[in-house]
Every structure is written in structure tokens, then in C-alpha cells.
Design a protein around this ligand. Structure first.
Ligand code: CP
Ligand code: NVA
Length: 316
């Protein structure tokens, strides 16, 4: 390598660790010990750890879809850890004019120390990670939302430890968030029961994977069956970003709404979780999400703490 090129490689992303970048793409790609280690880091920061291991580091955040929690919690997490962020609305970058994801990855890797992306297609996340020389973090794709579920598991751990004895019930559309719940159930060892309409159930490959890995994951079309005796009930919007609303979809999902009657079939001290944003009266009633079982604000706060663990792990 000649002069300037070598210099670029050395100073391009200052202080980047040698070896392959530590991506955080999906929960199923980690073993249980690694995931618990990341959450332990998050708990340490939540409980008062105050070091700033990311001083001088910059996280680029690419968004192809809107966000409140993911954007703000990553920005604040980086600042607390001593680092900085750059927000990129994908449509306002050259990605919006057809520059390839691969070239974007190569260029950003020369400026920043890590890249978070929220994208319409999981293929783009994989392409970014493949071509980036710095860690890539999945901030939601059409297929998964692992940062959210790390925060959700952190919340479950706080409210319902030990996890191995717990039953989580999902009622609604088996979407990207549900997929990451399936990954988490297998890796963290709790039971997961999904209730979804036949047309909106989880991909068979995910159920097969969970079984192969020895996970306790099953799905049914009966919400009562899934929720009976559960320690935690979860749902999410019926209309994820990028999906077209239709009367048919609403009719299919109406029996899966988490209302007071459904919640009454869970354990008396069961918690209710939702990644937010919520449409009260659709996937959950106001009485449940604003009621005594709901822990959604603690869950939202934990995005900040769990992502500190993820950032510190990726860039540590
Ligand atoms: N739960 C979540 O990811 O929220 P945002 O879309 O606001 O980031
Ligand atoms: N399933 C939702 C999650 C939003 C945070 C969506 O993809 O829009």
C-alpha cells in the first residue's frame, strides 16, 4: 500500500479495532452468553456506570423509514458514552439517487466508526454489513428489530427474572418485531407462544429454526390459547411501516386485539409490552396500554440502556 492510501487506511476511522467489524445484525447470530454480556453492559450503564468509552467515535444513522425512539435513543446513548452521531435521511443522500449500498458502505467506513441503518429491505442491511469496514447495527428492517427486543428482554429481566421460567405471549401480526422475539426466546430460554391469523403467521423457516435450536416457540391461531397463564403479553401495530392498510387486514387481526378480556387470561401479575408507536383501539385497547399491567414506558426507556450495551460491544 502506498503513502496516502496507507494513511487513509490508518486514520480513516480513527481507533477502529483491528479484525472483522463487530456487527449487530440479528439476535439469532449471537450465542446466549454474548447476548447476556451485551445486556449486562446495558444494565451497568443503567445502574450508574459513567465511563465514556466511545469518546472521539462517530455513529452514522441511516433512516429509510421514520423513527422517534430509535433515533433519539441512539443519539443520546452515543453522547452519554462520549461519542457523536450523524443523522442521514436516506432519501436526502445519494442512496436516494441510486448510489449503491456497497459504495455507501465503503465511503462511510472512511468517515465514521459505526453505521446504524433502518431499512425497508433486510437485503440492504446485509449488503451494508458485507461492504462496511466498521460495525453495522440493525435499527429495524422489514424482517427484524433486534435492538428493540434487546430492550424488551432487558425489561422482562427486570420485571420477571428468571427468564427461563417465563411465558411470553404475542397476539397479532407476526411481523419484524415478532421475528426478533422468536430469536430472543430461543437465545434467552423463555417460552414464546404466538397467536396470529393463519394468513399473518410467522415464516415457517423461523419456527423450524426455533425447533432445531431447542427453543420453546409455538404458534396458534387462538389468542386465548397463547395468552392463558402468560407472564407477559406483547403486541405491535397491525400496519407496519411499508404495509398498506386494508379493511381485510383489520378484520383478520381484530380477534387478536389485546383488550382487558384477553389480558384477564394471562397471570394476574402479567405485564404488557409494546414497542410503540401504538394505535390505541386497534392492536390494544387504551385500558390495557394505559392500565396497571403496562410497562411500555420502562420498555421505551430501556432502548437507551440496551443500546449502550450494543454500542459498547460493537465499538469496544
Ligand atoms: N419502537 C421503535 O423502534 O420506535 P421508533 O419507530 O420510534 O424508532
Ligand atoms: N412493526 C413496526 C415496528 C415499528 C417500530 C414497523 O415495522 O413499522
Amino acid at each position: 500500500m502506498k503513502g496516502l492510501a496507507r494513511q487513509a487506511a490508518v486514520i480513516g476511522n480513527q481507533g477502529a479495532p483491528s479484525g472483522p467489524p463487530r456487527h449487530f445484525l440479528d439476535i439469532d447470530q449471537f450465542d446466549s452468553a454474548a447476548l447476556r454480556g451485551i445486556l449486562d453492559l446495558g444494565f451497568a450503564y443503567k445502574n450508574g456506570r459513567r465511563d465514556r468509552p466511545l469518546a472521539g467515535k462517530t455513529l452514522a444513522m441511516i433512516f429509510e423509514k421514520p423513527s422517534t425512539r430509535t433515533r433519539v435513543s441512539f443519539e443520546v446513548a452515543m453522547r452519554h458514552l462520549g461519542g457523536d452521531t450523524i443523522f442521514l435521511d436516506a432519501a436526502d443522500t445519494q442512496l436516494g439517487r441510486g448510489e449503491t449500498v456497497a459504495d455507501t458502505a465503503r465511503v462511510l467506513s472512511r468517515y465514521v466508526d459505526a453505521i446504524m441503518i433502518r431499512t425497508n429491505e433486510s437485503r440492504k442491511l446485509e449488503e451494508l454489513a458485507h461492504h462496511a469496514a466498521v460495525p453495522v447495527i440493525n435499527g429495524l428492517t422489514d424482517a427484524s428489530h433486534p435492538c428493540q427486543i434487546m430492550a424488551d428482554v432487558m425489561t422482562l429481566q427486570e420485571k420477571k427474572a428468571p427468564l427461563a421460567s417465563r411465558i411470553v405471549a404475542w397476539s397479532g401480526d407476526a411481523n419484524n418485531v415478532a421475528a426478533s422475539w422468536i430469536h430472543a426466546a430461543v437465545r434467552f430460554g423463555f417460552a414464546l407462544r404466538l397467536a396470529c391469523p393463519d394468513e399473518l403467521g410467522p415464516p415457517q423457516r423461523l419456527i423450524d429454526w426455533a425447533q432445531q435450536e431447542g427453543g420453546r416457540v409455538r404458534w396458534t391461531s387462538e389468542p386465548l390459547e397463547a395468552v392463558a397463564g402468560a407472564d407477559c403479553v406483547v403486541t405491535d401495530t397491525w400496519i407496519s411501516m411499508g404495509i398498506t392498510a386494508s379493511v381485510n387486514r383489520h378484520n383478520q387481526l381484530a380477534p387478536y386485539r389485546v383488550d382487558e378480556q384477553l389480558m384477564a387470561h394471562a397471570k394476574p401479575d402479567a405485564i404488557f409490552m409494546h414497542c410503540l408507536p401504538v394505535k390505541r383501539g386497534e392492536e390494544v385497547t387504551a385500558g390495557v396500554i394505559d392500565g396497571p399491567h403496562s410497562v411500555v414506558w420502562d420498555e421505551a426507556e430501556n432502548r437507551l440502556h440496551a443500546q449502550k450495551g450494543i454500542l459498547a460491544w460493537c465499538l469496544g
